[in-house]
Design a protein around this ligand. Structure first.
Ligand SMILES: Nc1ncnc2c1ncn2[C@@H]1O[C@H](COP(=O)(O)OP(=O)(O)O)[C@@H](O)[C@H]1O
Ligand SMILES: [Mg+2]
Length: 254
């Protein structure tokens, strides 16, 4: 087989040159990292689950009219995406205090926030992705005010939709991280959702048991990460019937 050109290898994914100009293949690895890769492990099966979960979420967001880089899933570990110029900002939306906001502001984990809060982090591994404000983003030219508005508007829509989707399957969306990119088409440029949305990039708590169904299982050495991600996928209804037997809806009563 012809050797594909590898464009970029990150902590969780590899980007290969796509079949057509302007496309890439996004390969989901089994690597798990935390604290900016100071902690690393390989967790067999994680990449397959994230590929499927992210496909599901991007497809549903696309159906809602949110522009994304997603074109189609190619196989168990790969999806075809549109190549974008990544905005070097991680957009975090929080509904409930957990992780760094709990530490920084002294809020007990699980405390509901007065309203959903959007935070920005500068994507820079050497600096450990520092938190930045809109002032920094515009002053250093990482994004312009219109792009920040677009990203915030999409982040709020994504939060509303995903919060509802997860509540419907007994899961609380505590927070999540998203990335955006610039897509150039003819003479126009627009901001689209890129990267992935998966239990690697969200905090997901089971509503009844409060059990964590996300990457905190790895960060905090709780174990059972693949089981938790599989449970998320199962509840989303995206595993094959033979993977996870599950009644598919109301049954006709005879
Ligand atoms: N559509 C896209 N076009 C170009 N780059 C992308 C696209 N979607 C995601 N990326 C970038 O590809 C990389 C994905 O690999 P990942 O393992 O998450 O990297 P990292 O270790 O930098 O987080 C990220 O740096 C992300 O910003
Ligand atoms: Mg990443």
């Amino acid at each position: 087989m012809k050797q594909r050109r590898r464009i970029y290898e990150g902590k969780a994914k590899i980007l290969y040159e796509g079949p057509e100009p302007g496309t890439l293949v996004q390969f989901f690895k089994d690597d798990a990292t935390a604290f900016n890769a100071k902690k690393h492990d390989v967790i067999e099966g994680k990449g397959v689950l994230n590929n499927r979960i992210s496909e599901h979420i991007f497809t549903r967001l696309g159906a809602l009219g949110i522009p994304t880089h997603f074109i189609k899933r190619l196989n168990m570990r790969e999806q075809l995406i549109r190549e974008v110029e990544i905005v070097p900002i991680e957009v975090v939306v929080r509904n409930v205090a957990a992780g760094t906001i709990s530490k920084r502001l002294g809020l007990e984990e699980g405390t509901p926030l007065p309203r959903s809060i959007i935070e920005f982090y500068y994507k820079n591994d050497e600096l450990d992705d520092p938190m930045v404000s809109e002032e920094h983003i515009t002053a250093f030219g990482w994004a312009n005010p219109q792009e920040i508005d677009d990203m915030m508007a999409m982040a709020i829509r994504i939060n509303d939709f995903l919060s509802g989707m997860f509540v419907g399957i007994g899961i609380q969306l505590v927070d999540f991280k998203i990335e955006f990119g610039r897509l150039f088409e003819n003479d126009t440029m627009r901001i689209v959702l890129a990267d992935e949305i998966s239990p690697d990039s969200c905090r997901l708590w089971d509503i009844n048991s409060q059990e964590k169904l996300d990457k905190d299982r790895f960060r905090r050495d709780l174990g059972g990460l693949v089981e938790a991600y599989t449970e998320v996928a199962r509840r989303l209804g995206i595993l094959n019937e033979n993977d996870a037997p599950r009644p598919s809806g109301p049954k006709l009563v005879k």
